[in-house]
Design a protein around this ligand. Structure first.
Ligand SMILES: [Zn+2]
Length: 480
């Protein structure tokens, strides 16, 4: 029975997408049966995980000076049209509200695809003097994009759960510092989620519509696929000018500020599932695990009451800390319970049998199979330590598969088309097009830093297409 259940998940290695869709379904992260394509219902379990992701983001950005706001979902067409490149970039993906009741609206209203065009007319009113800067706000809201490519839960959706940070800065240098601070906070977020990633600067033809530059974090998710899980954009004055944002400096001169944005969506959670999940189901890093610890009494042939009482006692102790804990005292074989909780990705299982009861100890097994004995004494501290050790082991496992999935190609013949590749690239679009033609891979951008899980050596190699030196290590892969 158990084996039959476990055989349900398709092989992650060879059938990644089938595995991904199935694991979301079986573990009940989202319900895809809603009758609009590309939108998902978050279940209580899934929404807990995404709320924990939001909590992590808030914890990392609020100390940078960001304050939380909430702007309207509806944006007048006239505001959307002010930045030409921006509307060109989103034009095909915008949902329009054309009627209020039966009345046709004078000015069509867009459902925000992102909020530059909602916020910046108001920023023009808020920003008056250099004393109003920097202005740093963020919101976590749903945004809407009519995706024409095939949709996939948490990875490509039409209603997106979206964190967007927006700042207004005195000038380009201050905006540059903000972008660096945002990227540093993203590194911390990825670290908590045990995710190795590639941070790269998008080529000009692929940057965010209207941006001066865009830096993205790409997550290799197996094969030659990568998932963009976070972006930071420097806008310089590209939005401030058309939206009429200006300030008076100390000497009374009127200046145009510089701007940045920072975006993270539910894809970060999708990527976390994609990277850590395995044939047994989800594997959550401890921070975002909806349940971090499950306590399972194992009575065998004995009276379950004292074991359940002990489990309640342990839970009460753990709940005095911020740990998220459940007891599974349902009837049924322990093996079936282990299977169910493993599918849900619970990081730590505590087993209480007769022996544990007699000794006053607890047996703990983490989601990667690591087993420890918790001694009498401060159980909460030991559980926290076990979770910390589990996160370290999870990071290590993810780094190993990162090193396997990402091929370091020092020349053309070294490229492996079935993998994500780090290659030398001169920066020319013609060479990027040639990479696409020869290997079917997109040059996603020049690395901002060497990924921690790999050693690249001091100097980037010559361009894999034109052999010119002086280029940069760059990521060539298929963006999901
Ligand atoms: Zn080249």
């Amino acid at each position: 029975m158990l084996r039959a259940l476990m055989a349900q998940l398709p092989d992650k290695e060879s059938s990644f997408f089938e595995w991904y869709n199935e694991v979301l379904e079986v573990a009940n992260v989202t319900d895809k049966r809603y009758p609009v394509k590309g939108v998902n219902v978050w279940t209580p379990f899934g929404f807990k995980a995404v709320s924990l992701m939001d909590r992590l983001i808030r914890e990392k950005v609020i100390p940078l000076g960001y304050q939380e706001v909430c702007f309207p979902t509806l944006i007048p067409e006239s505001e959307l049209n002010k930045e030409a490149e921006h509307i060109k970039g989103f034009g095909e993906e915008v949902y329009w509200v054309t009627h209020g009741g039966r009345t046709e609206l004078d000015i069509k209203l867009a459902l925000r695809p992102t909020s530059e065009t909602a916020m910046y007319p108001i920023f023009a009113l808020w920003v008056r003097s250099h004393r109003d800067l920097p202005l740093q706000v963020f919101q976590i809201v749903n945004t809407f994009r009519y995706e024409t490519k095939s949709t996939r839960p948490l990875i490509r959706v039409r209603e997106i759960h979206f964190f967007e940070g927006h700042t207004v800065q005195l000038g380009d240098a201050e905006a540059e510092s903000q972008a660096r601070a945002d990227l540093a906070s993203f590194r911390e977020i990825a670290k908590v989620l045990c995710l190795p990633y590639v941070m790269d600067r998008r080529p000009d033809w692929d940057k965010f519509p209207g941006a001066f530059y865009s830096i993205a974090c790409d997550l290799p998710v197996g094969g030659n696929r990568t998932l963009q899980i976070g972006t930071v954009h420097h806008y310089s004055q590209n939005f401030a000018k058309p939206y009429g944002i200006s300030y008076e400096d100390k000497d009374g001169a009127r200046l145009v500020p510089s701007q940045t944005t920072y975006g993270i969506s539910e894809r970060l959670l999708g990527g976390t599932i994609a990277i850590h999940g395995d044939q047994k189901g989800l594997v959550w890093p401890s921070f975002v695990a909806p349940t971090q610890v499950v306590i399972i009494p194992i009575p065998g042939e004995n009276d379950p009451a004292p074991l359940i009482a002990r489990a309640e006692e342990v839970r009460a102790e753990l709940l005095r800390t911020p740990l998220r804990v459940e007891i599974d005292a349902t009837e049924g074989r322990p093996g079936a319970k282990y299977y169910a909780w493993e599918m849900k990705g619970v990081p730590l299982r505590i087993e209480i049998g007769r022996r544990e009861l007699e000794e006053g100890t607890l047996s703990a097994v983490n989601r990667l199979g690591g087993r420890t004995k918790l001694a009498k004494g401060d159980t909460a501290a030991q559980v926290q330590a076990a979770l910390a050790a589990y996160d370290v082991a999870l990071t290590e496992r993810a780094r190993k598969s990162f090193a396997t999935n990402v091929n370091i190609a020092r020349d053309g013949p070294g490229v492996v088309a079935e993998k994500a590749n780090l290659v030398g690239w001169c920066g020319e679009q013609t060479c990027a097009q040639e990479v696409e033609k020869r290997w079917g891979l997109s040059v996603l951008g020049r690395l901002e830093e060497a990924p921690e899980a790999l050693s690249l050596g001091p100097a980037p190699p010559a361009c894999i297409v034109c052999s010119k030196s002086g280029g940069a290590w760059s990521l060539a892969a298929k963006a999901l």
